[in-house]
Design a protein around this ligand. Structure first.
Ligand code: ADP
Ligand code: MG
Length: 394
């Protein structure tokens, strides 16, 4: 574990906090979902209460050079609302350079300077040394609270550490590392994993790392069809990664050898194409008729998954059980989210961008022990990889 912000003396110091304000924007350019801003408040408020001068840095989207549409201005406005009138948020017009150095130097205790989008400079993603130095010179202390970007070795997550006197991680980072860390290192049994999403290929390393640790793995989503196919079950026109069939077979064998129950769908909701809006066909068995594609797990599967989830003491969920963006295929994903929410004995952890979005949409986020703010970062962490942004903190 890195050093955390509460282990550092902050009074009177300038603290550069790398936050993850990479939030969705509405077509009107407003903040669509402010979860990530709210999740950063604890560290920001703590630093202010300790008498620090706070400088916030984040990226937003994928700009190629300066792009007014990806300015952090709307984020600053939302942050300002969330903080109330007590603390003024000052917006910088860049993230490095003379003007910003002056603004950072002029900060008074309790003031917050929000730097402009880091990725307006390609040097950010290149982890450029000079750019890192210029970020570092804005502050005395560097604090990384951007779990969602910790899997990237960028200037603001790695390079900058060499150019400040002290470096630490924030409270959101601590929560992520504690929750995901516990799942990996000391899950209370039964440990049940619900795994879904579009492709097996995205989740291979995750499965290989988690399978030996869990009691049961419930597989839904489009990736389930590759596993069914590997067992010789017809899946009609459903999405199958043919080149991953040998791997699926191997994983089925590994699960058997380790005595891990690998649970595949017993039934499905299917239709003729992803665009088809007519009501889905109930396919009451594992095999799918030749002209149909599976888009969600069926009622028998929901019930079976529900039983396993109800008996669990640790639940890790990654990946929707179906094409949940379409209302009629959201039932399987909702069933998993509800079963997790109802289990009061288990540590319930959601990792994965789409899974987290689904949980938020169902209004169940507060019922989970932890919903990770990092899609890609949580996946890499759960693959057992060391995240560069954490490693850099020493
Ligand atoms: P996460 O972001 O939570 O890790 P993924 O990105 O792996 O999840 O997968 C989410 C995507 O998988 C969603 O866009 C969803 O529509 C798609 N998906 C899941 N099941 C199916 C299915 N049966 N058919 C088509 N798409 C599916
Ligand atoms: Mg996704």
């Amino acid at each position: 574990m890195p050093k955390f912000i509460d282990a550092i003396e902050l009074a009177g110091k300038r603290v550069l906090i790398r936050v993850d304000f990479n939030v969705p924007l509405t077509p009107q350019g407003q903040v669509g979902d402010d979860t990530r801003i709210r999740e950063a408040l604890r560290t920001i408020n703590y630093a202010i209460a300790e008498g620090a001068k706070v400088i916030l840095a984040s990226h937003l989207g994928r700009p190629k050079g300066f792009d007014a549409k990806l300015s952090l201005m709307p984020v600053g406005a939302r942050l300002s609302e969330l903080l109330g009138n007590e603390h003024a948020v000052v917006m910088a017009d860049d993230c490095i350079g003379e003007g910003v150095v002056k603004q950072a130097g002029d900060l008074k205790g309790g003031q917050i300077l929000l730097l402009e989008n880091l990725r307006f400079h390609p040097e950010e993603e290149a982890n450029d040394e000079e750019f890192s130095r210029q970020l570092g010179m804005l502050a005395d202390v560097y604090c990384n609270d951007a779990f969602g970007t910790a899997h990237r070795a960028h200037a603001s997550t790695v390079g900058v550490v060499s150019f400040v006197k002290e470096a630490c991680a924030g409270f959101l980072m601590r929560k992520e590392l504690e929750q995901l860390g516990k799942v990996l290192k000391a899950p209370e049994k039964p440990f049940v994993v619900a795994l879904g999403g579009a492709k097996v290929s995205d989740k291979i390393k995750f499965i290989e790392n988690i399978l030996p640790k869990c009691s049961a793995m419930l597989i839904g989503g489009a990736m389930a069809y590759t596993f069914l196919k590997a067992q010789g079950i017809d899946v009609g026109k459903s999405r199958v990664e043919v080149d991953k069939i040998p791997l699926a077979l191997k994983l089925l064998e590994v699960a058997k050898r380790l005595n891990v129950e690998l649970v595949l769908p017993l039934d499905h909701l299917a239709n003729t194409s992803p665009e088809e809006t007519k009501a889905a066909t109930d396919v009451p068995r594992a095999a799918i008729p030749s002209l149909l594609m599976g888009f969600d797990i069926g009622p028998k599967t929901r019930e079976l998954f529900g039983h396993r989830l109800a008996a669990a003491r640790t639940i890790l969920w990654n990946g929707p059980m179906g094409m949940y963006e379409v209302d009629q295929y959201s039932g399987g994903t909702r069933a998993v989210a509800e079963a997790m929410a109802q289990n009061r004995h288990a540590q319930t952890v959601v990792g994965g961008g789409d899974s987290a979005a689904a949980v938020a949409e169902f209004g169940l986020a507060a019922k989970m022990t932890h919903v990770s703010t990092g899609g890609g970062a949580s996946l890499e962490f759960l693959e057992g990889r060391e995240l560069p942004g954490i490693k850099a903190l020493g």
